[in-house]
Design a protein around this ligand. Structure first.
Ligand SMILES: [Zn+2]
Length: 151
């Protein structure tokens, strides 16, 4: 998760409150404006700066508000992504289980020769083909019939 947004709610709200306090108490104005008063003459430029400094805390509050909103949107998207990834993993897992069960069902659907019909090797447990020559050990209808014909 992006660290910049992780704590945007508490930091943003603290920032908004602090900005509004600075605006309401004129704290920021009284701190900054003497710096300009020392170096500037009273004139139109000073009036602009005077207003700017006066309203700057409101601008800060707006920035913090934007920070909070952006953080909330980011967090929501982040959690949605996380949720989607989790769902994807669950589906993957279920598909793997289903495949395993299908294979098991397929295995138990057949009967198997205990010895390979081709080379006579003993069937290894849970295998479907001769481990020696690879011949299928599944007893099919046609192989049964074949046996009957031999008899
Ligand atoms: Zn064999």
């Amino acid at each position: 998760m992006n660290k910049f947004f992780k704590f945007s709610l508490p930091i943003g709200i603290a920032g908004i409150v602090l900005s509004l306090i600075l605006y309401a108490t004129n704290g920021f104005y009284e701190l900054v404006i003497p710096l300009f008063e020392k170096t500037m003459d009273d004139g139109p430029a000073f009036t602009v700066i005077d207003n700017l400094v006066y309203y700057l805390p409101l601008f800060f509050a707006a920035l913090f508000l934007a920070y909070v909103i952006a953080g909330q949107i980011y967090m929501k998207k982040y959690h949605e992504k996380e949720e989607a990834a989790k769902t994807g993993k669950t589906i993957e897992k279920n598909e793997a289980i289903k495949k395993e069960l299908d294979e098991k069902a397929e295995y138990y659907r057949h009967k198997y020769y205990t010895n390979c019909p081709k080379c006579g090797a003993v069937r290894v447990e849970n295998t479907t083909a001769c481990s020696f020559c690879g011949t299928s050990l599944i007893i099919t209808k046609s192989s049964e019939e074949g046996k009957a014909e031999v008899k």
